[in-house]
Write a new protein. Structure first.
Length: 115
């Protein structure tokens, strides 16, 4: 199992970024896929989740209405579209899946929101 994130970078407040998480070793369609983030000095927090099958989604209150998680089964990739970014969104963003009671993580991608 491998998760590889990409798409992070430096963006001004109010801007947008799209993160990608490409999986190998399993099908993203069959599992709940999560995006977490960790800011300096803070605990890792769940940002968004997309459930297997029907694909219902859940979001942290802090990102509702601004972030959208989605999945492309053909590309075996999960996305996080982030709009109206704020300085407090600055963090390392991680893709996660729990498979057979084991948590797998990507290496993370840095998102910095600053003018």
């Amino acid at each position: 199992v491998q998760l590889v994130e990409s798409g992070g970078g430096l963006v001004q407040p109010g801007g947008s970024l799209r993160l990608s998480c490409t999986a190998s070793g399993f099908a993203v369609s069959g599992y709940a896929m999560n995006w977490y983030r960790q800011a300096p000095g803070k605990e890792r927090e769940l940002v968004a989740r997309i459930i297997s099958g029907g694909g219902s989604t859940n979001y942290a209150d802090s990102v509702k209405g601004r972030f959208t998680i989605s999945r492309d089964n053909a590309k075996n990739t999960v996305y996080l579209q982030m709009n109206s970014l704020k300085s407090e969104d600055t963090a390392v963003y991680f893709c996660n899946v729990r498979r057979l009671r084991v948590d797998y993580w990507g290496q993370g991608t840095q998102v910095t929101v600053s003018s």
